[in-house]
Design a protein around this ligand. Sequence first.
Ligand SMILES: Nc1ncnc2c1ncn2[C@@H]1O[C@H](COP(=O)(O)OP(=O)(O)OP(=O)(O)O)[C@@H](O)[C@H]1O
Length: 445
Amino acid sequence: MFERLLWLAVFVVTVTVSLRCWRRWHRRSYWYVVGYPITAFTVRATWRKVALGCGLTKKRQRFWFTTVPGLVSSTGTVQVKRKFQRVTVDTKPWMGLPLPTRHGWRVTIRTLEGQIPAGYSTAAERLAHSWGVHAVRVSSPRPGRVVLSVTIHDPLVRVDDLPPSPGLLKVTVGRLETGHPWVIDFRTVPHWLNAGATQSGKSNLANALIVGLAPQPVALVGFDLKGGVEFTPYGPRLSALATTRAECSALLDDLVELMTTRMEVCRETGARNIWQLDDHERPVPIVVLVDELAELYLMADKSEKDEIAHASTALLRVAQLGRAFGIYLFCCGQRIGSDLGPGVTALRAQCSGRICHRVNDPETATMTLGDLDPAALVSARAIPSETPGVAIVASQDGQWYRARSFYVSENTAEHAAHSYAHLTPAWADVMVFRAGDTVPDLHAA
Ligand SMILES: Nc1ncnc2c1ncn2[C@@H]1O[C@H](COP(=O)(O)OP(=O)(O)OP(=O)(O)O)[C@@H](O)[C@H]1O
């Protein structure tokens, strides 16, 4: 008997240690083979209790046949006088089979009458605590269905190195919490707002863009309102750099003039945008990086009013019309509040790409992500300062995601700027382009 118990103990210890080792050395296969089946079974088995606790059930009158009152799933007291009677029961929403994902699982729920996805978003935090997971995200692929996407651990604690760019004007800058790459694609979403408090990771993201765009046949333009300290080291790969408001105004005038020229070229050739022009006619696309956007709008005294109005209008025109003519904006700022003036609000409306790092004031989060799901705002304000680079990203599919940029140091970005300095088109060359002009052979790079 003792020997049998000993063998059993040895067996249990061996199995436990092996499972722990497996989990430690190859978490993904362990999750699919061991973790997921146990989780799927537990989630299904406990769904009634969890839904009840999170306020996702509905009371319904049902005919119930029972002799044992305790078997009736009701929060009220059920008095069984007859064997077949009408009682109030708590009905749980129908749940499909949880499906494994790389960082957790995904399950479809059929909503009960009167329920909307927002109700599930409100309950998401309660669900996460009930299941003991990092986060539960809610989406609704079609009316009457919600999909709960569960991440067990925060997948953004560690991210890998910056991979090569997947195509022209596309840069994989980080990873989404779903495990998918976070791609900034200027041809799909032309203008971006990148907001965040100091030390939240805004410049790191700009560095990732510079490293990704440097080898591409594009012209990079910098507006560095921190007096040039951020972008000057990347000068060799920048076709133009403005570091004061006066310089910004002049450079914005250039961009508006360039846009007008490109407009004429497109009109003369019957094209609606530069991408419909023949390859040899197409002007070089321009990515404009703006750092510390608020400085462009801040007024110390009334004498600056005209200059601010001028710069603000020019930037807005570039945002409104730039897309068709190959001019794309990436605006970074600590604060992008409406107190900066109507110019900022109008610019924001033109920037469909939104990135909100950790922010200090709720208004910047609202301004950056405002028209998204309120849960995105809550998520943005919950970003801890220990994870710089984590942001809420509004994407072209209308969804929002938590994401983290790859770490790209200033040295790496500076190295890329020097290595690809030979691809930098001179600003004068970019400006003189007209139909029939010789286009610098940047597309061959
Ligand atoms: N994705 C990331 N992974 C790891 N560390 C990061 C990441 N992003 C930023 N950091 C680190 O966080 C710190 C702040 O980053 P960064 O300079 O980009 O912030 P910022 O928002 O631009 O701040 P500021 O407005 O003061 O310039 C840096 O030390 C940087 O190395």
